[in-house]
Design a protein around this ligand. Structure first.
Ligand code: NAD
Length: 369
């Protein structure tokens, strides 16, 4: 299915998905049941510093359980989020969460290569799933995850928080409505020079967990931004990758550059790197440039359109994201960020890898989303 120009509606039995939650809503209204409960799986940096705090603010969901391999983290989380002993799991007894009626959704926040296994186990436990970006190493992994969710009548959504950021929403809307005319060229970069290779960076430069380094971790934002700036799928890609700091980047390339070709020969130039700095999306339109710079952080976006500066009040992206994702589950409305979108992006990323490897243009062919 093609989400451009009209967003495709995910029809995984929306009514069937909504039914239990409509009941939940009615119970909630009657004061019988608490807000839907989320279990965070993986209590690393992102869960601790962004998702946990976001869940303190979400109006339609609450943190109900934690799943962690680090017992030392448990007391602080239990205290801070009032999590009962029955809401604490580790990776070996995760299946028991099937019996926890307080948990409706599992949010998977582990290193990339582990997403698929945990998502499948979470679905097997009968829960809806939110999976962090990038979805999984290969499109085949993503397909297994999507099928498992469909087979169990559960939703699977990706943690693409920028679909709730006002700067990125304005960009998408301006392109969709052709407010400044058609787009002509796109330039995107997400890069941050990595100097500390310990803690949460350690797995990011390992092939078995981080797959292709910056291309997955940061490049997925470039793929996303290029595609929602273009509002269409790319036709082909040329790419290159290289490494300057050979010792630190012995398993994955340090730098990635690629160029998408879209309809009418229009191009999007993209860069993702752990060796440079840059954080923007710039879209040339018939009436001038739409730019967000910086673009991909949790806050502090700055942007402009040919009509002048964009000036939006700060938002808590992760709060809005989780609220939006829970709402999609509650109402059965199509998710803005379904698993199918995550799979499409991994298909694009694998095309970039193939182009860099072969030195030749890779044609994408058909996308299923
Ligand atoms: P992190 O290293 O800080 O946390 C990873 C967690 O997974 C840790 O708690 C770790 O103990 C756990 N884990 C479980 N099994 C593991 C194993 N075999 N090896 C290593 N760790 C294991 O990383 P992070 O920065 O929190 O990233 C986690 C996920 O969140 C990644 O998918 C990442 O791409 C994503 N992320 C998303 C955003 C965003 O803006 N959406 C930002 C940062 C990270």
């Amino acid at each position: 299915m093609n989400p451009f120009p009209r967003r495709h509606a995910l029809r995984l039995g929306a009514a069937a998905l909504a039914a239990p939650f409509l009941k939940l809503r009615a119970q909630e209204a009657a004061g019988e049941k608490k807000k839907p409960g989320i279990a965070l799986l993986g209590l690393g940096d992102y869960a601790t510093n962004q998702l946990g705090p976001a869940l303190k603010k979400t109006g339609n969901a609450r943190l109900a359980a934690i799943i962690t391999g680090s017992p030392d983290k448990v007391p602080k989380w239990q205290q801070e989020y009032e999590i009962p002993d029955g809401g604490v799991y580790d990776y070996t007894n995760l299946e028991k969460i099937a019996d926890n009626k307080d948990v409706d959704i599992i949010y998977v926040v582990t290193p990339t290569a582990l997403h698929a296994d945990y998502v499948l186990r979470a679905l097997d436990a009968g829960k809806h799933v939110i999976c962090e970006k990038p979805m999984a190493p290969t499109p085949e992994d993503c397909a297994r995850m999507i099928k498992a969710a469909a087979d169990r009548n559960k939703t699977l959504q990706i943690g693409y928080r920028l679909h709730w950021d006002p700067y990125h929403l304005k960009l998408m809307d301006a392109i969709k409505t052709k407010e400044f005319g058609a787009w002509q060229a796109i330039d995107v970069m997400d890069a941050g020079r990595m100097n500390d290779f310990t803690r949460q960076n350690a797995w990011r430069v390992k092939k078995d967990l981080g797959i292709a380094g910056a291309l997955y971790d940061l490049g997925v934002y470039c793929v996303q931004a290029a595609l929602y700036s273009a509002q269409e799928h790319p036709l082909k890609v040329t790419a290159k990758s290289w490494t300057e700091r050979e010792k630190e980047f012995s398993e994955v390339p340090e730098h990635w550059e690629w160029e998408f070709e879209f309809s009418g020969g229009r191009k999007a130039k993209c860069q993702a790197s752990y060796g440079k700095n840059g954080n923007y999306v710039k879209v040339q339109t018939e009436k001038g440039e739409i730019a967000i710079d910086p673009a991909y952080g949790y806050r502090g976006q700055k942007g402009s359109t040919p009509a002048g500066p964009m000036d939006f009040p700060p938002v808590f992206q992760q709060q809005l994201q989780i609220e939006g994702q829970v709402d999609a589950i509650l109402t059965g409305k199509p998710s803005r960020v379904p698993g199918e979108m995550g799979r499409r992006d991994i298909q694009v990323i694998r095309g970039i890898m193939e182009a860099a490897e072969s030195g030749k243009a890779v044609e994408f062919g058909k996308f299923e989303y």
